[in-house]
Ligand binder design. Structure first.
Ligand code: SAM
Length: 250
């Protein structure tokens, strides 16, 4: 969902909706063990803010194209918040760890987009660096619960009551098109955002990682570091730069 993240009012609901996160401990441990960290698609910046609060003393950079999300992020000090994406902002051998959390990876819809992201992440890493991210396991069909009856009721920052509902419009070739509707008795009309997410098989993912010079260092199916199985909700990857693809062909 993209427009919702551009919109300062709707972005203010993000942390309220996602207040119970299962991924925090997993990523926080990685961030605290790394000196310089880039969070691609940092959103409201919750991970890097927690890392700073937990005593991280190195360089923390949060990158996101959505101004609404960055307005929330900038409420935290001690982190460089950068507006943009890896197509517009280049980093060169600067980070020990690059993360992409909250299923940001699924906004990249084509193999070429994914290759471009992976190549830019590889460029951003120092030698020996790591890239950690997750994507939802397509076998579990998470989108089957993205229906209005599973909507969420929240209370916004101004005390307003808001209902958030998802509706899947189509599922085709791993692309799930959907809408997200925010409604409130206090508003004249609902606000609707539309977006598409890609669900990728693990073999497709690993092929693209390999093509762009990554090796899978660790792979899990859930945030407790349990192994990936057919029924795991997540495909969690920690990748490391391997031999450069051009070097391997020689
Ligand atoms: C579901 S939020 C996740 C935010 C954060 N990583 C988290 O875990 O809370 C997805 C984020 O991806 C960002 N995003 C969308 N397209 C992007 C792109 N091309 N590059 C980087 N981030 C992008 C959105 O603006 C949004 O903040």
């Amino acid at each position: 969902m993209s427009d919702a993240y551009e919109d300062e009012d709707l972005a203010a609901y993000y942390d309220v909706i996602n207040h119970q996160r299962a991924d925090t401990d997993f990523y926080l441990e990685l961030v605290l063990a790394a000196d310089a960290v880039l969070d691609v698609g940092c959103g409201t910046g919750v991970l890097l803010k927690e890392a700073r609060a937990a005593g991280h003393s190195g360089r923390l950079v949060g990158l996101d194209p959505a101004e609404g999300m960055l307005v929330q992020a900038r409420r935290g000090d001690g982190v460089d918040w950068v507006r943009g994406d890896l197509g517009t902002v280049a980093f060169d051998g600067e980070f020990d760890l690059v993360v992409m959390t909250g299923h940001v990876f699924q906004v990249f819809l084509t193999d070429d987009e994914v290759r471009a992201q992976f190549a830019a992440v590889r460029r951003a890493l120092k030698a020996g660096g790591r890239f950690a991210f997750e994507t939802r396991n397509p076998a579990v069909k998470a989108w089957e619960r993205w229906m209005p009856e599973y909507g969420t009721d929240i209370v916004g920052p101004e005390g307003e009551r808001v209902r958030v509902e998802h509706f899947v419009e189509s599922v085709e070739n791993g692309l799930v098109r959907m809408s997200e509707t925010y409604s409130s008795p206090d508003w004249p009309e609902p606000r609707v955002d539309r977006g598409t997410l890609r669900f990728m098989e693990v073999r497709e993912l690993d092929a693209l990682l390999g093509e762009t010079g990554f090796e899978v260092a660790e792979r899990y199916g859930l945030w407790d570091r349990s192994a990936l199985t057919d029924t795991s909700r997540e495909i969690i990857t920690i990748a490391r730069p391997g031999p450069h693809p051009a070097a391997r062909r020689r």
